[in-house]
Write a protein that binds this ligand. Structure first.
Ligand code: PLP
Length: 378
């Protein structure tokens, strides 16, 4: 089986799994317990947060909250900020490019009475900064912008977004950096909250991180025992949290090597695919290196995914979360990709376990699938 769906999830690293099991066996204590073992767990918890900050050279500027994944991180950040700022800055700016774990939260806030404004998307898939400038007002409490898009791989200009947002002192910038870690360097400058998800960089499913610049800006959305600065109540999952540090460390340390490795696969695949009449490359050359979105107009993406699957190649139509929905993908629509090209789009996504042999195998199998569908191509 050749796995090319790493934007959906990745294979856990062995040391991440081992750490999870080991800490469960030897340090299963509750960091909130007052006894010596509890204190030991609490100490380890704090050390793990410091380790993450050190990996990103963050010093004391950020607090870290462990979560069950980026959906939870995004919910805690977006709702937490919105509620805190509701009475004096109730406007939220986002774009249709965002993952459902951002967009659906913003939509639910809109139903509660917040004013939501959508920044335009340019044809290259990046948000229109000039339009963002026109949308900013003193009533904007939150701008949320993803780092790397999960469907096309385009990289947003986070530093430029931050400069615009911070001309307005009430505005907070939230960044969903789920698809960025391990593939490109993360940007923290000017960012107020940032989400990560362990299973996207060879960690485990159900583990995530939220970086918070000013913890007092977050209204808790989960109430309980007051763990994690009162922002994310519930007994802390120490084994999970220690394990994600391992995954983050590996991802940070390998970013530069993996970036060039995946870039070379990306280039190799693009050059190979453009030789086939009717095949369109949707992703930009200068996007994140692990995602290559292509279109075969005339054939449905689902048909292609099934054809590849029968040939032991695992890839996706759009994103795992929305691929079961019948509607056209909003990200590709916003980039003005023609409808037939959207309908026939598939996402090839690579990761740290992808090898050149996998790429070769994909190329061989692509020829077979192409022969099956070529008469349908328009
Ligand atoms: N944000 C982006 C960009 C994603 O790609 C995903 C996962 O597909 C998420 C958020 C949600 O992450 P999780 O699965 O950890 O909830």
């Amino acid at each position: 089986m050749i796995y090319l769906d790493n934007a959906a999830t990745t294979k856990p690293n062995q040391d991440v799994l081992d750490t999870f099991v080991k800490v469960n066996q030897s340090l299963y204590f509750n960091p909130n317990s007052p006894h010596q073992s509890g204190l030991q767990a609490e100490q380890l918890l704090q050390q793990s947060k410091q380790q993450i900050k050190d990996l990103f050279d963050l010093k004391q500027t950020f607090d870290i909250i462990y979560t069950s994944g980026a959906t939870e991180s995004n919910n805690i950040a977006i709702k937490g900020i919105a509620y805190k700022k509701k009475v004096f800055a109730n406007e939220i700016i986002t774009s249709v490019l965002e993952h459902p774990s951002v967009l659906e939260v913003v939509r639910s806030l809109e139903a509660e009475g917040f004013i939501v404004k959508y920044v335009n998307v340019l044809d290259d898939g990046r948000i229109d900064l000039a339009h963002l400038e026109t949308l900013m007002t003193d009533n904007v409490g939150l701008v949320t912008c993803m780092h790397v898009n999960n469907i096309m791989g385009q990289i947003q200009p986070i530093e430029d977004v931050a400069k615009i947002v911070h001309q307005y002192p009430k505005a907070h910038l939230h960044v969903d950096a789920v698809q960025a870690l391990g593939k490109i360097p993360l940007i923290f400058e000017g960012v107020d909250t940032l989400s990560l998800s362990g299973h996207k960089f060879n960690g485990l499913k159900g583990q995530g991180v939220l970086f918070v610049r000013n913890i007092h800006q977050l209204e808790p959305i989960v109430h309980g025992g007051g763990q994690e600065y009162g922002v994310r109540s519930g007994t802390v999952n120490l084994p999970m949290n220690i394990a994600i540090v391992k995954a983050i460390k590996a991802a940070v340390n390998q970013t530069s090597i993996l970036n060039s490795q995946l870039r070379s696969y990306h280039d190799e695949l693009s050059q190979f695919l453009i030789n086939f009449t009717g095949v369109k490359i949707n992703s930009l050359q200068e996007g994140a290196p692990h995602i290559l979105n292509i279109g075969l107009p005339g054939v449905k993406g689902e048909v292609l995914v099934n054809a590849f699957s029968k040939n032991d190649i695992m890839l996706s139509t759009t994103s795992a979360c929305s691929s079961k929905k019948a509607s056209l993908n909003e990200v590709l629509l916003a980039m003005n990709v023609p409808v037939k090209q959207i309908e026939g789009s598939i996402r090839i996504s690579m990761g740290s376990h992808t090898t050149s042999k996998d790429i070769q195998e994909f190329k061989d199998k692509f020829k077979l699938v192409y022969e099956e569908v070529r008469e349908l191509l328009v």
